[in-house]
Design a protein around this ligand. Structure first.
Ligand SMILES: [Zn+2]
Length: 272
């Protein structure tokens, strides 16, 4: 599932491509991916201008000039393509937004994911359920420590809790724990000030490095996009069961924690 780096990479690319661009129409191949009848959706989007693209947690919000928003969550398996023509036939995409400049936005793999047209108020209400953004300037080490102290769970479960901090999922929670040299199943109440500071720094370092490397998405956004997916080969523990830890040479372990996969180095990350 795309996380902060992938969605932020999408946001920065789409902001340049879509800001001030008019929508001509929308094609809906899967009604379940949207939140209203396809005709209503297409008619409402026709001739609307996309003012800008915002990201909040793992969501993208396309701000329209009528005050409404298109709220996108890619969930598991979703991706976006932008261009005059998509790599696959149009019928493979659940929703296509045709733009007046001849390009289209193609939404693929939207099975669990969705693209909802909602009011600004509804968008605001939904987004306010989320915890702070990892790079929110108000999330100082002090504020982060305070938030962490109010939690009772395990580290990975806490990091992936969107109400605790927005945008971190299965992959980057493991990478963050590895960078911070902390076992993903440690109880957060066990973290002392030094460990908390390492964790705070690791969140920022891992997410920013991953974003700059293009994240781990499989499909590029445009034909000219060669950056997307650049972080895939740089994950140090996630999905690397049995492979050698780059720091100590021991084998990376895989276990399940509350139904989620967790990958870690038992030597570098100590015990629970
Ligand atoms: Zn190691």
């Amino acid at each position: 599932m795309p996380e902060w780096p992938e969605m932020e990479h999408y946001r920065s690319q789409l902001s340049t491509l879509l800001g001030g661009i008019k929508i001509s129409t929308a094609v809906v191949n899967r009604e379940g991916s949207i939140n209203e009848p396809p005709d209503t959706f297409a008619n409402a989007l026709a001739n609307r201008t996309i003012l800008f693209v915002e990201r909040r947690g793992k969501h993208l919000l396309f701000h329209l000039d009528d005050g409404n928003r298109l709220l996108l969550h890619l969930m598991l398996g979703g991706w976006i393509y932008y261009g005059e023509q998509a790599p696959m036939e149009d019928s493979h995409y659940q929703v296509i937004i045709r733009l007046a400049d001849g390009n289209s936005l193609y939404f693929g793999g939207l099975r669990l994911g969705y693209l909802h047209r909602i009011t600004a108020k509804l968008a605001h209400d939904q987004m306010k359920q989320l915890g702070p953004e990892p790079f929110d300037s108000r999330l100082t080490l002090e504020a982060f420590t305070k938030r962490l102290k109010s939690k009772r769970g395990k580290l990975k479960t806490t990091l992936t809790d969107q109400r605790f901090i927005a945008g971190i999922g299965n992959c980057y929670s493991d990478e963050i724990c590895f960078e911070a040299k902390l076992h993903p199943a440690i109880a957060v109440s066990e973290l002392d000030a030094e460990a908390t500071e390492r964790l705070y720094g690791a969140i920022k370092k891992v997410l920013l490095d991953a974003k700059e490397a293009g994240g781990y998405m499989e499909y590029p956004l445009t034909a000219a996009d060669h950056l997307t997916g650049g972080y895939n080969s740089r994950c140090l523990v996630y999905d690397r069961e049995g492979e050698t830890c780059g720091v100590c040479g021991n084998a990376i372990k895989h276990e399940t924690l509350s139904g989620r996969k967790m990958f870690y180095c038992p030597h570098c990350q100590g015990s629970e």
